[in-house]
Design a protein around this ligand. Structure first.
Ligand code: ATP
Ligand code: MG
Length: 293
């Protein structure tokens, strides 16, 4: 990976699709001045988790959201998936308004999370047939497709019958992704899909994400703390800092820009430091319960 990153750093900015090369029609995801705040302490102002963010993502894009801990990435994903309600602004998925056309949007979105309790109690097979029923897929067709997807992700048939909670986190991640893929998501929201995976599983998931985009024209929004991953996968990267979008470019342009404008090395790491104003290890989380001193 490190060699690939080094090469990417030095390559010209021409190898990736840029925003204006995408097809016409409604954006896969249109986020217009989205704002979400959390009031945790009456005596303090609310935490602006997502602060006036506007993003347009075209069909077939892989869009990466970067940012320090607590910068609003997961809140953004939850807003777009309809798990949280907007305090201001609006979200459209393929031209459908998230609030007014909730059912249409839910069918077009898949959010991958391994944290849902019901998900863990079921076996992979049960999970997949549940998802298939929910989305009105034919059972036989769904089973065939599920077996193919699981094989592609390296999960053998033996594992298909036992509860997901008995699997390792990496395996759970794969089942969650398989479940999302099975329902032919048009917009796939992945919140840290590769965090905690071993290097091989990580590569599996990364190549699978690329495959989905290439073969199924899926649009993918993912968050990650892995800059090499963002560089490899994402056509464009948005950087969040304190809930605000501070930069949005192709990886190559981000690198060129920090080099030109700030005299920093042309790397995504420099861009991250510049546009978050902090280092990767800093934690800007606020407002959550902290142990009393
Ligand atoms: N349910 C909640 N109640 C109160 N505050 C919240 C809640 N969810 C998130 N926040 C706050 O909103 C801000 C953004 O959090 P969020 O989880 O979106 O960050 P993140 O970028 O996903 O961080 P990480 O990289 O650690 O996953 C933080 O200050 C967090 O404490
Ligand atoms: Mg998060």
């Amino acid at each position: 990976m490190s060699i690939a990153v080094l090469e990417a750093t030095q390559s010209p900015a021409s190898s990736r699709p840029i925003a204006n090369e995408f097809p016409a029609g409604p954006a896969a995801l249109l986020v217009d001045h989205a704002t979400k705040w959390f009031k945790v302490d009456r005596r303090k102002p609310p935490v602006m988790a997502v602060d006036d963010v506007s993003i347009r993502i075209e069909r077939g894009e892989i869009y990466g959201l970067l940012g320090a801990n607590g910068s609003g990435k997961s809140t953004f994903i939850r807003l777009v998936s309809g798990l949280l309600t907007l305090d201001a602004g609006r979200v459209e998925v393929f031209g459908h308004d998230l609030v007014r056309e909730e059912m249409a949007v839910k069918r077009l979105i898949n959010r991958v999370s391994v944290d849902a309790a019901f998900f863990k109690k079921l076996s992979p097979a049960e999970n997949l047939s549940f998802a298939a029923r929910l989305y009105g897929l034919d059972a036989g067709e769904a089973r065939r497709k599920a077996a193919l997807i699981m094989a592609r992700l390296g999960i053998g048939e033996k594992r298909m019958g036992r509860p997901v909670e008995q699997m390792s986190r990496g395996m759970q991640q794969k089942v969650a992704i398989a479940r999302a893929i099975l329902t032919s998501p048009t917009l796939l929201l992945l919140d840290e899909p590769t965090t905690g995976l071993d290097p091989r599983s990580k590569l599996d998931v990364q190549s699978f994400v690329e495959e989905l985009r290439a073969d199924h024209e899926a649009t993918i929004v993912l968050t990650t703390h892995d800059l090499a991953e963002a560089d490899r996968l994402c056509g464009r990267i948005g950087i969040l800092a304190g809930g605000r979008l501070t930069a949005e470019e192709t990886p190559e342009r981000l690198k060129t820009r920090v080099a030109f404008e700030y005299g920093l090395p042309p790397t995504l790491e420099s861009a991250f430091m510049q546009y978050t104003g902090r280092s990767l290890d800093d934690d800007v989380e606020e407002g959550e319960a902290e142990p009393a001193e």
